[in-house]
Design a protein around this ligand. Structure first.
Ligand code: NAD
Length: 473
């Protein structure tokens, strides 16, 4: 009898485990053939951050944490922003702080007042009374813990990509931002590239008609860079995880085109990856044969997402196979089409628009089934450039950072903080785009099972009508 009872208990546990893979409030339940993520209720002491604007900050005092490749790039850019100053620097290593101070001096900017090093130096920086914005360029696993600490200590947080590596971390960012009323922006720079910004403006003017399908990707052979990441953080993460571990460059700009959580929402996702053919070879070469039994991250990971309004999004990630760099950006609408990569690099036109969409511009026989000529494309791109891009373009191209888009991003962040305006990207963008890290891995681990995505706005995804870039009056 005891044996039967034990068997019964064992089978019950198995059944429970299969139907409810994770019981925490941020976890998921398997229902039928779908993985359904929970959307926990908003705690009473929190308010939505949709449209949130903080008090204007006359001069934004910036604390920069992480002075490797990316953080050092920010040090080169910030002195060109008249309404901000880097007042504090932090890295594991003091010599990286000294290198950053040297850059500030070279650019004629004041040396940062505060310096912190070591694994917990960031805490002292976040606790400073004379810092308004904590700007993070540290390894992925540290993004959310440090951003949460910063917001808890009264600072706005700007976080490199992806902002979070798990659904729990996505909720930590949302909950902390909502509770502390501090901005939490992910630094998705690809949303500020010239082609993407102008296409967004064209989309908002209806030139593509109803957008039905979009594509975005991060296909970049990281072979020359693997040794640069401090403590091998990136290869370590990739060898341990399936899924699109770096989704936000691909998904960010196209979510803006689709007005995600500003009229539409991402509902269901399916991810599929290849085996790690090149990834395993790379690990064998790097760590010695047999050291990594099975490299997890597929050589190519594809993700398909369907939105509530019936649109689809395709996202790809591929970082170990040799191929030309591509941050694919593609928009298919009922009246037109835009495509970037590899076209831009080869100087081939990337716009195809139906003549009917071009109300104010006369063109010969456009039928949207052929790319426009370069001349036509240049004219339309000039006509639809956002005014704020026109204003800052020359300086952005001079300062650089991926051709200028990094500077436009920093410029907009500081402009909005200085003027007390809502930021271009809010904490829900950060959570939604970063959520793909876990959601794609979970889908793949369950044989590409569909995943019903959590709603970080908690039902408010249709309260805002489209994305606007806030401007001071
Ligand atoms: N948006 C983009 O185009 C882009 C490009 C490159 C990197 N990134 C992102 O920037 C981030 C950093 O990447 P990277 O290439 O500069 O990596 P990196 O390894 O060169 O730099 C990381 C830095 O963080 C420091 N660090 C580690 N732990 C720390 C701690 N506890 N406290 C303070 N500093 C600490 C390291 O010492 C190092 O200097 C990553 O999130 C990456 O995804 C974004």
């Amino acid at each position: 009898m005891k044996r039967i009872l034990r068997l019964f208990a064992f089978v019950s546990v198995l059944v429970l485990a299969a139907s409810c893979a994770c019981k925490d409030e941020y976890g998921y339940t398997i229902k039928g053939n779908q993985i359904v993520y929970n959307t926990p209720a908003r705690p009473a002491d929190q308010q939505s951050m949709l449209g949130f604007a903080a008090e204007p900050i006359e001069h934004v005092r910036v604390g920069l944490i992480g002075l490797g490749d990316r953080g050092t790039g920010a040090v080169w850019r910030f002195p060109y922003l008249k309404d901000a100053t880097i007042v504090a620097l932090c890295d594991l290593y003091p010599d990286r702080i000294e290198r950053a101070q040297g850059i500030l001096e070279e650019l004629g900017a004041p040396r940062a007042i505060h310096e912190f090093s070591g694994p917990e130096g960031y805490k002292e920086l976040c606790e400073l009374p004379d810092v308004d914005l904590v700007y993070l360029a540290v390894p992925w696993q540290l993004h959310t813990p440090i951003a949460v600490y910063a917001m808890e200590h009264g600072k706005h947080a700007a976080i490199e990509v992806p902002a979070a590596t798990s659904i729990k971390e996505c909720w930590d960012l949302v909950n902390t931002s909502e509770r502390t009323r501090k901005h939490c922006m992910m630094l998705e720079n690809c949303c500020y590239d010239f082609f993407e910004l102008t296409c967004l403006n064209m989309a908002q003017h209806g030139l593509f008609g109803e957008i039905v399908h979009v594509e975005g990707s991060y296909c970049h052979n990281l072979e020359p860079y693997w040794d640069n990441y401090q403590g091998d953080w990136r290869m370590t993460y990739n060898k341990d995880h399936h899924g699109d571990v770096y989704p936000t460059h691909g998904i960010g700009p196209v979510c803006q085109d689709l007005n995600i959580h500003r009229g539409d929402k991402m509902d269901v996702l399916v991810a599929m990856d290849t085996d790690a053919f090149a990834g395993q070879d790379k690990a064998d070469e790097r760590y010695g044969k047999g050291a990594v039994e099975k490299y997890a991250n597929g050589d190519n990971t594809s993700t398909l997402i369907r939105t509530r309004k019936g649109k689809t999004i395709l996202v790809e990630h591929s970082v170990v196979t040799p191929q030309p760099y591509s941050r694919m950006y593609q928009v298919q609408g009922t009246k037109g089409y835009a495509n970037k990569y590899p076209n831009e690099e080869f100087n081939v036109p990337g716009l195809a628009l139906g003549g009917a969409a071009l109300k104010d511009v006369a063109y010969d026989a456009l039928d949207a089934e052929q790319y426009m000529t370069l001349k036509e494309q240049e004219a339309i791109m000039a006509a639809y450039k956002y005014p704020f891009v026109t204003e800052i373009e020359d300086l952005a191209r001079k300062v650089g950072g991926h051709g200028g888009m990094d500077f436009i991003m920093d410029y907009r962040l500081i402009y909005c903080l200085h003027n007390g305006l809502p930021l271009d990207q809010d904490v829900y963008d950060a959570a939604e785009w970063s959520s793909l890290v876990e959601l794609t891995e979970v889908s793949i681990n369950h044989g590409s099972m569909p995943v019903v995505m959590p709603d970080f706005t908690r039902g408010e995804w249709d309260k805002v009508d489209g994305l606007t870039f806030a401007m001071a009056k």
